[in-house]
Design a protein around this ligand. Sequence first.
Ligand code: TTP
Ligand code: MG
Ligand code: MG
Length: 426
Amino acid sequence: MNRDEPLARHAVTMSADQDASGSAGGATAASARRIAHLDMDAFYASVELLRRPRLRGRPIVIAGRQPKVLRIDASMRGVVTTASYEARQFGVRSAMALAEVARRCPDCLVVPVDFDEYRRLSRMFKAVIRSFTAQVEDRGIDEVYIDLSDTPGIAEGRGRVLAQRLKDAIREATGLSCSIGLAPNKLIAKIASDLEKPDGLTVIEAGDIAQRLWPLAVRKINGVGPKADERLAALGVQTIGDLARQPLALLLEHFGNRYGHWLFEAARGIDERPVVTWSEPKSRSEETTFERRLHPQRDWRQIARVIASQAESVAQGLDRRQYLAGTVGVKVRFDDFRIVTRDVGMREPNADPVMFRRAAFEALARVPMDRPLRLLGVRASALEHAAQRLRTGGETATSAQAGGAPAGAAAPKAPPPIDDLFSPGE
Ligand code: TTP
Ligand code: MG
Ligand code: MG
């Protein structure tokens, strides 16, 4: 098989969106659950202070890519990723413009961002948590949900003992502090972890809801954004307690069926979402960036070869993991950085390299090739697990079988002529 020599970079991605409303692990009774939300304190800033101990105690913000630490000045552009707690005393916050920081806190220092280091510490603290239990749901670089219901020691001191052990182990391994909220579900745990930051440990049980949650602003509920907050304020609802006093009918009238019901339950601290320890992949893709520009006509054979090989490889990667795709598409980036994508729906979800190749060529034929290009990619989406399709009685049982030769998929639409130029194994 020909190599596609001018490759600069080649990337394979299986990307997943975590879906916390899935049905995994819903067996435990809601009342019995002990769910922790753990969030690192001033995460990027705290990581920077680990290696710049002389800055401890000073107001700092993390922003920009400049080579060194600078004193804030009103001419600086950009926004704050996070601020140390010392800087927060001046009202400095995430997402604030540096010019505004200069006004509020003229002594603030600006430390450059180093994502690699934050990712390294993120992996480190999550590994510590996983040494306690595998029931961990990743929620981003500095936070997780943990289902501690079955973790040994959870019964001691309403769970405080175990939560403190977690905090101590993280501090020992990383030098960083975190805040933990421990509650019967994710909704309350998330609110709780924020109540005593930094270095907090807050336990809320079902019986504490009225006393602990109801005095708080409705905005503290993760899921009440600025718009909902505004509309609730118009109804005279400021606190979670105010919300709990609203009749269901009124909430349904103003917020619709889904969100209205959700608000009604949230105010009462009801949330049955499980801690999801794995995430269902949503797509798989391969992309290749070329060192030289490819001409849409002169380099057509190479373009076709790359697309064919990417399509086959994406299909094989899915097949190995027993996934089927309902959609296959291509991505083209032209030399002016314009990106065009085109998707083709499969008649039946499958992971058949031949079908993928045809679909990818069909998609490619829809891309107006009016310029030289720099990147080609194939992406499969609308994924489903082969086993799921068998369970739900998908008629294409044969195409869903793992590992075997692809079979039984519906007859393809007429493929573009280029398709037959490149049979597998050329
Ligand atoms: P957060 O956990 O929201 O904030 P934090 O850890 O800095 O502070 P807290 O003690 O209140 O938890 O976000 C985690 C990191 O994500 C934060 O350190 C920097 C980054 N981040 C941004 O880059 N932009 C933002 O707007 C926010 C909110 C966070
Ligand atoms: Mg944090
Ligand atoms: Mg966070």
